[in-house]
Write a protein that binds this ligand. Structure first.
Ligand SMILES: Cc1cc2nc3c(=O)[nH]c(=O)nc-3n(C[C@H](O)[C@H](O)[C@H](O)COP(=O)(O)OP(=O)(O)OC[C@H]3O[C@@H](n4cnc5c(N)ncnc54)[C@H](O)[C@@H]3O)c2cc1C
Length: 440
């Protein structure tokens, strides 16, 4: 009898733990959605569940940018709602909340860690790609952009409203890179010069080395640019032949590495599936990195075998110095020379763990040379390694770790705003801002 009882207990335990991963209230949630009045267009046409695997998967993948997250978690992903109007959004929020379903909102799906479309608790993706209207009002210098619009669509609309000029250049060298740190944040506001160290093939077969490229965008004439650069960074030896003149719209194609002459209509293309696995990390630099530090960073990059590896240095200064750190949630303003993005990409799933580990090592190498207490990070280059909560719960202690890196002194005010508008912390992810008074 005792034996039979313990088997029964075990069976009960198993069924309880299975219930924890079973999607809660999926029927109720879908029923709620389907019965929601949507006079403009029926929401039923825009609900996709795993029953129809091919369509579901193609919707999942269409705005998944990182192959690391290309396999949906069928255990937790209940549905994708491709909202076409505001009532679809209201329905999804209300039905998810009333049925204990988490929501992940996806606009363009560029989140580096996939937080807009993955979760380890039952959830629905509210996909906004259909909501993509753009209105540009030149006299008031304002634009209204719906969340699902792509940057290419926005650039196209803006260019229809006005024209500008762009120049570019390309060169290399550690001395120039060191000097770049001293001048890049002090150049005129019309000039942006970015430095990119990347792993490249050396002259001998199989040898790998670091190449440094400098890319600039200048709003003005080529002669003026050459004159400014030859005063500020003569080590680069810029000549007007290094410059390309093009419309501002075409400069956006240049930044995307598309060959000169690519038609701008390519900006209106929409994606269909992710192309590669990638991982990024970020840092802010307030004092120039000594030459030996640059060499250590380069050696760290060279250890990341077989992958595409680069380190972008984006200059700050200019208008960034004139906006108070407390004016908007984005706090990284005066005092920053530049921001680093470390990036690696690969195509073989077996390389994922090694690539992620090597990026952590590179990040450690950089530590002595970058901001500290907190070690600041750029939210757009989301990095789950700098602190995270589990999908379904948010603790303030953990949020203060990643939140202070992304938002520095603005975190406290953001938590107060969150407490005002979402006191129950319904909208959450692994790196979200918790309401100020919730302390679990
Ligand atoms: C290939 C690539 C290139 C990039 N280049 C740059 C670059 O040059 N400069 C730069 O700064 N960044 C860059 N990024 C990063 C990108 O800007 C950020 O990831 C940004 O958050 C992407 O917005 P999204 O709407 O596409 O992302 P999503 O993944 O859709 O959303 C990002 C986050 O915002 C939330 N969210 C989305 N929509 C809403 C909404 N309507 N309401 C509330 N929350 C919402 C999501 O849930 C998620 O947490 C790049 C990313 C990729 C993949």
């Amino acid at each position: 009898m005792k034996e039979a009882l313990s088997v029964l207990c075990l069976a009960l335990l198993v069924s309880v733990s299975e219930a924890a991963v079973t999607k809660p209230g999926i029927g109720e949630f879908l029923g709620c959605l389907r019965s929601w009045p949507s006079p403009e267009s029926p929401i039923t046409d825009d609900i996709f569940t795993a029953d129809n695997t091919t369509t579901f998967l193609s919707f999942y993948l269409a705005y998944t940018k990182n192959t690391r997250f290309a396999s949906p978690n069928y255990q937790t992903l209940m549905a994708i709602v491709t909202a076409k109007n505001l009532s679809h959004i209201q329905a999804t929020v209300v039905c998810a909340k009333s049925n204990g379903v988490q929501i992940r909102i996806r606009s363009g799906g560029h989140d580096y860690e996939g937080l807009s479309y993955i979760s380890s608790v039952p959830f629905v993706i509210l996909d906004l790609f259909n909501l993509r209207s753009i209105t540009v009002d030149v006299p008031s210098k304002q634009a209204w952009v719906q969340a699902g619009a792509t940057l290419g669509e926005l650039y196209t609309k803006i260019s229809e409203a006005g024209e500008t000029v762009n120049k570019t250049l390309e060169q290399g060298g550690i001395d120039v890179l060191y000097k770049w740190q001293l001048v890049s944040s002090k150049l005129p506001e019309s000039l942006y010069v970015k430095a990119m160290s990347q792993v490249a093939n050396g002259t001998r077969s199989g040898e790998r080395t670091i190449a440094v490229l400098f890319y600039a965008q200048f709003l003005g004439g080529a002669d003026e640019l050459v004159s400014i650069m030859n005063q500020s960074l003569p080590e680069l030896g810029l000549k007007s032949q290094d410059c390309l003149e093009m419309s501002w719209l075409n400069s956006t194609l240049f930044w995307e590495d598309l060959p000169v002459g690519t038609p701008a209509s390519i900006l209106l293309d929409r994606p269909s599936k992710p192309e590669k696995f990638f991982k990024s990390k970020s840092d802010y630099v307030k004092k120039p990195i000594p030459k030996e530090g640059i060499e250590k960073l380069w050696n760290g990059m060279l250890k990341i075998n077989n992958n595409t590896v680069y380190m972008h240095w984006n200059p700050y200064g200019g208008v960034m110095d004139t906006i108070p750190a407390t004016a908007t949630p984005f706090p990284h303003r005066e005092g920053n020379l530049f921001k680093i993005q470390y990036y690696t990409a690969w195509f073989d799933a077996n390389a994922t763990k090694g690539s992620l580990d090597m990026m952590k090592e590179l990040y450690e190498v950089a530590e002595p040379y970058v901001s500290s207490n907190p070690r600041e990070a750029f939210l757009n280059y989301r990095d789950i390694d700098i602190g995270s909560n589990p999908s379904g719960e948010t603790t303030v202690d953990e949020a203060e770790i990643y939140g202070s890196k992304y938002f520095v002194g603005n975190l406290k005010r953001l938590m107060e705003v969150k407490a005002k508008y979402d006191p129950e912390n319904f909208f959450k992810n692994e790196q979200s801002i918790p309401p100020a008074r919730v302390k679990q």
